[in-house]
Ligand binder design. Structure first.
Ligand code: ZN
Length: 109
């Protein structure tokens, strides 16, 4: 189902959420498993100056991809080339390997 931004806001307002609440409860799609999850529960990955990085505070500018905080979702995203597709850029294998090292420390198995 596709919701436009406006209809989503209207829908959330209708159930009494504040703007901040709407932002935190917005639904994102995990680039790994393709299931949706709440923005607050997913981690953000950004692609900046040719490098992928986790945006732990979810505040860095630029296009972001969203992932469940699970290594399995990260691995799926890598296998499917989801980051390249999402950021419309070629991914550098070295960079992906660096991100994977971080992922192994940060994410649940
Ligand atoms: Zn996932």
């Amino acid at each position: 189902m596709i919701w436009t931004r406006t209809s989503k806001l209207t829908r959330f307002r209708a159930i009494g959420l504040t703007e901040a609440g709407i932002r935190m409860n917005a639904v994102r799609t995990c680039v790994g498993c393709r299931q949706t999850g709440l923005r607050a529960e997913l981690i953000r990955v950004i692609f900046s100056q040719g490098k992928l990085a986790f945006d732990q505070e979810k505040i860095l500018p630029g296009r972001g991809s969203w992932l469940h905080p699970k290594l399995s979702c990260f691995a799926l995203a890598v296998d499917r080339g989801s980051f390249a597709r999402s950021f419309r850029a070629r991914m550098n294998l070295e960079n992906l390997a660096t991100l994977k090292e971080q992922a192994e420390k940060m994410l649940d198995k």
